[in-house]
Design a protein around this ligand. Structure first.
Ligand SMILES: [Cu+2]
Length: 534
């Protein structure tokens, strides 16, 4: 018997290794540097419904990075991370299969990889993926970033929704609010402790609410999803990393830049999502003649009341910006770049980087936006969501702050977001809510940064109105779902923002989270729950 065991053991090992090896081929190849940047595949809703299946796979790529890929099967071929295009009032029906295979990561992880989320009170045992459970390295779920939809299982819950490898396909099914404005959102995994690894691996895609943003009619449309990949995403010290544009490495001058061909003199409509794990992008467009003014028409998926003209725009991790580019003059070239950002004395480097080069032609093969399928677009029932927020008297105020505590001389670091008067602590999945409020409330929150690096404040389920920066009122307040709070120098007043939170929409009743959108801060505990009672 022992001899028998011995003889089959190599077979067993080989079988496991072989399964592992074949699973390592699951993500499709990504574009090499120096190529034309093309828009992600567009999937349009039909007759009020967008129905699709995605499978989340992982593999170690030949480029030396761990890939996590949302696979959509298109004409028999795997395509990564399509753009989901829906109209206000449409239904998104997304079936997500978790096919993540161990090893989850090519490098050892810094984070504790086994957490437990106890089931929700009164939950039904039958709906296993909605009842919490163990979060290990292969657990996932999906967050529809910026969408103002219910924080419930099968819609946009990230606390109790845990999809394990090998589980049956999990169904997401929600209605885009009928009063949603046109704009850009994005989807990504949000299982606590795994967000960094999976988003770093590329698991992120654009979601666009259709409709016309004034001034963009008939313009060629480009969708850029900027990602970032680290060789060791879970290291305490950030290691080699690179930005990518629609999965193409932007590493100029080490390699030629990603590029687009534009028609001379033709304005274009660009929709850019910062889907990086931690890069603050200071976006700018330069032509041979110099820096260009961008006509910014939407931020974080919400059209601006009037366009603003900017020569550069800071987009935090998870933020989106939509703008009209000026036409490239004849015989000039262009560069779309990030100027870099100083994240502070203990922050990580955010160096300048050329993202996309622009080459002009009189008659380029311009890929204008394809006409969406002819189906009736329901007119928005009420565009007044968040309406009048500026002039409301808040029902309450709160103060919160970001802070960090380094354990040892050079890490690890503990990350906190704390309500004034409470004790800073590293977030755990089974924590009670730090904030309890009610539907109907309108609250002003002042959020300070007490740490030596920048953070990006994000709350699920709603946008907030940016009222003050460092105590100074903002002249024309706009809505955001993610906003940068710069680092504190170590003396003087703390950098701060004051935002107006709108809890009037009964759809968002429930428990959800707010956190820093630097994903290793979020995974590292810089997150808390809020409970909004109906
Ligand atoms: Cu942070």
């Amino acid at each position: 018997m022992r001899a028998m065991l011995k003889s089959i053991l190599p077979l067993v090992i080989c079988a496991l290794a072989c399964v592992g090896a074949s699973a390592q081929d699951m993500c499709p190849p990504r574009p090499a540097p120096g190529n034309l940047v093309v828009n992600p595949l567009d999937l349009y809703s039909q007759n009020g419904v967008l129905n699709l299946s995605l499978t989340l796979e992982n593999s170690f790529g030949s480029d030396g990075f761990e890939h996590y890929c949302y696979i959509y099967m298109y004409q028999g071929q795997p395509v990564e991370a399509p753009t989901l295009r829906l109209n206000p009032g449409d239904q998104l029906q997304l079936s997500l299969t978790n096919d993540i295979q161990a090893p989850y990561d090519h490098y050892p992880r810094k984070m504790q990889m086994k957490m437990f989320q106890p089931p929700r009170d009164g939950s039904k045992p039958s709906d296993t993926d909605c009842n919490g459970g163990v979060i290990n390295g292969g657990t996932t779920n999906m967050h529809f970033h910026g969408m103002n939809i219910p924080p419930v299982c099968h819609q946009d819950d990230v606390i109790y929704t845990l999809i394990q490898p090998g589980d049956p396909p999990f169904q997401y099914d929600f209605e885009v609010p009928p009063n949603d404005s046109p704009g850009m959102y994005w989807y990504h995994p949000h299982a606590h402790g795994n967000a960094t690894t999976q988003v770093d691996g590329g698991a992120a895609g654009a979601l666009i609410i259709e409709g016309t943003i004034p001034g963009t009619q008939n313009l060629p449309e480009r969708v850029f999803v900027i990602r970032q990949q680290f060789q060791n995403p879970n290291s305490w010290l950030p290691g080699p990393n690179q930005l990518t544009v629609n999965f193409q490495p932007a590493v100029f001058p080490a390699e030629p830049s990603p590029y687009v061909n534009v028609q001379y003199g033709q304005q274009e409509f660009w929709r850019v999502a910062n889907a990086t794990t931690q890069a603050f992008l200071d976006l700018q467009l330069q032509f041979t003649a110099g820096v260009q003014q961008l006509e910014v028409v939407a931020l974080d998926g919400i059209p601006l009341q009037t366009p603003i003209y900017e020569s550069d725009i800071l987009v935090p991790p998870a933020g989106r910006v939509e703008f009209i580019t000026p036409g490239l003059p004849e015989n000039q070239e262009g560069e779309f770049l990030t100027n870099g950002y100083n994240t502070g004395p203990v922050g990580n480097p955010n160096p300048p980087q050329v993202l996309v080069k622009l080459f002009g032609a009189d008659n380029p093969k311009l890929k204008a936006k394809p006409a969406p399928p002819a189906n009736p677009v329901k007119p928005p029932a009420d565009r007044k969501r968040f309406a009048g927020l500026m002039n409301l008297t808040p029902t309450g105020t709160r103060g919160l702050y970001f802070s960090e505590q380094t354990v040892g001389s050079n890490g690890p670091t503990q990350y906190f977001i704390t309500v004034n008067g409470q004790k800073p602590h590293v977030f755990h999945m089974d924590d009670p809510p730090s904030i309890v409020t009610n539907i109907g409330a309108v609250e002003d929150w002042t959020i300070e940064n007490h740490s030596g690096e920048a953070h990006a404040f994000h709350i699920h389920q709603l946008h907030y109105l940016l009222m003050d920066v460092n105590g100074v009122p903002v002249p024309d307040p706009e809505l955001y779902d993610t906003y940068t709070i710069p680092s504190w120098s170590g003396s003087g007043p703390y950098p701060s923002i004051t935002v107006r939170m709108d809890f009037r929409d009964p759809q968002i009743a429930g428990t959800f989270v707010y956190h820093c959108h630097i994903l290793d801060h979020e995974d590292g505990g810089m997150m808390e729950k809020i409970q909004v009672n109906p």
